[in-house]
Design a protein around this ligand. Structure first.
Ligand SMILES: C[S@@+](CC[C@H](N)C(=O)[O-])C[C@H]1O[C@@H](n2cnc3c(N)ncnc32)[C@H](O)[C@@H]1O
Length: 197
């Protein structure tokens, strides 16, 4: 079943949705050959900044009926679309209309997690991610942090900003496994993969 205007292909009596790396930083990360061994069926994910749910819909396929995705979004208009297109029709997606800066407001809705995925495109994106990891992520759990350098400083080289954000994670007790720049799929974006100590 298609959820946005993505293409689909049929093979051997099944229909597959095309996952477009120009529309999803997670697809771009996978195409950059970043190993993501923790991304398997049945995991519990907190997704910060769902937007209308393009990437969440693919993650929902990936984690299957045994997995769960708790999706946080603070824009009412965007959340309405996310609800209609994705959350209402997928039993493993749980929408949370809240500001990701205040994880205490959804404390009762989210269990202990295996992965926090953060794509909020805010100047304080790393601190938002760290606060949510401290609140919900199990020890040894994973963080995928999409860094939009232009949200932090348009005047400095993006690579400098990625290094600084990775350093902030190390200072917060994470082991940073790697940083991958997402060009040509996503300009001035990188994905940082880190593990909570
Ligand atoms: C770059 S878009 C996310 C795209 C989405 N991850 C995808 O791949 O389809 C960023 C989203 O984060 C949301 N956002 C930004 N700051 C937020 C915050 N503090 N709390 C919750 N959502 C936030 C924005 O409203 C926007 O929808």
């Amino acid at each position: 079943m298609r959820f946005y205007e993505e293409e689909s292909v049929s093979a051997e009596d099944a229909e597959y949705r095309v996952w477009n790396p120009f529309r999803s930083k997670l697809a771009a990360t996978i195409l950059k050959d970043v190993p993501l061994p923790f991304l398997h069926p049945d995991i519990r994910i907190l997704y910060l900044g769902t937007s209308t749910g393009t990437t969440v819909s693919h993650l929902s396929d990936l984690v299957g009926p045994g997995g769960s995705i708790y999706g946080v979004e603070f824009s009412a208009r965007v959340m309405r679309e996310f609800l209609e297109r994705v959350a209402r029709v997928r039993s493993n997606v749980f929408p949370i209309y809240a500001d990701a800066r205040d994880p205490e407001t959804y404390l009762d809705l989210v269990p202990r997690l295996d992965l926090v995925y953060c794509d909020v495109a805010q100047p304080d994106q790393t601190s938002i991610a760290v606060r949510n990891c401290r609140t919900f992520l199990r020890s040894g759990g994973w963080l995928l942090l999409a860094v939009k350098s232009r949200s932090i400083d348009v005047t400095r080289p993006p690579s400098e900003i990625y290094r600084e954000e990775a350093e902030k994670l190390r200072n917060a007790g994470f082991a940073v496994e790697g940083t991958v720049e997402l060009e040509p799929f996503s300009k001035d974006h990188a994905m940082i993969v880190a593990q909570q100590g």
